[in-house]
Ligand binder design. Structure first.
Ligand code: PHE
Length: 331
């Protein structure tokens, strides 16, 4: 008779030395295969006394079962380890995607321009554009500023050496887009036009010779100064928050009548002048073949750079064009 206890102990130890499924099946064959001691013993059952045969057979079967369990369990262990190994070798480091390389972002002015567009688009406006190089007609004349008009002098215009003297210029405001839009499109009109504008100003802490404005133009029936004030108020609150107020102060622009400057409240209670506005002058409508008896509207225009500088409390507006990464990274 063989020592079954010892055999299954040996089988257990041998199974542990196998580290792959193939190795394990060789070892398993030694203990359970055709030439194994167990099978030999089973074949030898016939030669033992009849009275012992049943018990011996039973013991052999039990030993076989327990050895089979040893190998099944070891096989699971090996398979699990192989699975883990595969997982580890096929692993993709997704944290690479969570820690992207440092990337730039849109410039402050561009961010503000996009947000302004969003606010106005949300109010039902569309976005219009015009060229940065303009003729006297669009920049002045159609806006009710004939060449003898003293207001031309207020615009500190940069002229381009092209055509008649003072005929072609870098636009000194975004208001020419009003004219271009009314020429192209029949009322009702609800547009905003952001863009670059230029004046001979030398750069200092509050001025830039190349700056950005956003123009608004509404032409419809029965539009009043109340609509203008309400639109400005709604915009100011959407852009700066509910606590910021706006106010209109009487002013003068040749292309609006009546005209106003609009201010917004600062946290300390003082007011910041943001831009100009007013009811579109009947001459301007006529210049664009729109009947002032039938249609009315308002227009406004203000500096985006100034708005950004107020929003972020910049001491010097020139920061916006110096392109110092240490400054820009903060936003
Ligand atoms: N274009 C004017 C400026 O640049 C602002 C303005 C726009 C005023 C529209 C009234 C209406 O100063």
């Amino acid at each position: 008779m063989i020592d079954l206890q010892k055999l299954s102990q040996e089988a257990k130890e041998a199974s542990i030395t196998a580290s792959t499924v193939e190795e394990l099946s060789k070892v398993q064959n030694q203990y359970l295969g055709k030439k194994s001691e167990l099978v030999k013993a089973k074949k030898g059952l016939g030669s033992i006394p009849e009275s012992d045969r049943a018990t011996a057979g039973k013991e052999l079967n039990e030993a076989r079962e327990s050895i089979e369990i040893i190998f099944t369990e070891r096989k699971l262990e090996i398979e699990e380890a192989e699975w883990d190994l595969n997982l580890a070798s096929e692993k993709i480091d997704l944290t690479e995607l969570l820690n992207p390389i440092t990337r730039g972002h849109l410039h402050l002015i561009t961010q503000a321009r996009d947000q302004l567009e969003d606010v106005f688009v949300g109010m039902g406006f569309t976005v219009a554009e015009g060229p940065e190089v303009e003729t006297a007609w669009y920049n002045f004349e159609a806006l009710n500023i004939p060449d003898w008009h003293p207001a031309r002098g207020n615009f500190d215009t940069i002229f381009v050496d092209l055509g008649e003297p003072e005929e072609v210029m870098l636009r000194s405001h975004t208001s020419p887009v009003q004219i271009r839009t009314m020429e192209r499109q029949a009322p009702p009109i609800y547009i905003v036009a952001p863009g670059r504008t230029f004046r001979t100003d030398s750069a200092d802490s509050t001025h830039l010779p190349a700056f950005n404005q956003i123009e608004g133009l509404v032409i419809d029936k029965g539009i009043t100064m109340g609509d203008l004030a309400g639109t400005i108020d709604a915009f100011v609150q959407a852009f700066f928050g509910k606590e910021v107020k706006s106010r209109l102060r009487p002013s003068y622009f040749p292309f609006t009548e009546p005209s106003a400057e609009f201010d917004i409240s600062r946290p300390d209670g003082s007011w910041l002048e943001l831009g100009g506005c007013g009811m579109v002058h009947p001459n301007v409508l006529s210049n664009c073949n729109i009947d002032p008896e039938e249609w009315q509207g308002f227009a406004f225009g203000f500096g985006i750079d100034r708005l950004v500088s107020m929003r972020y409390q910049l001491d010097d507006i020139r920061e916006l064009v110096l392109n110092d990464a240490r400054f820009l990274r903060q936003f």
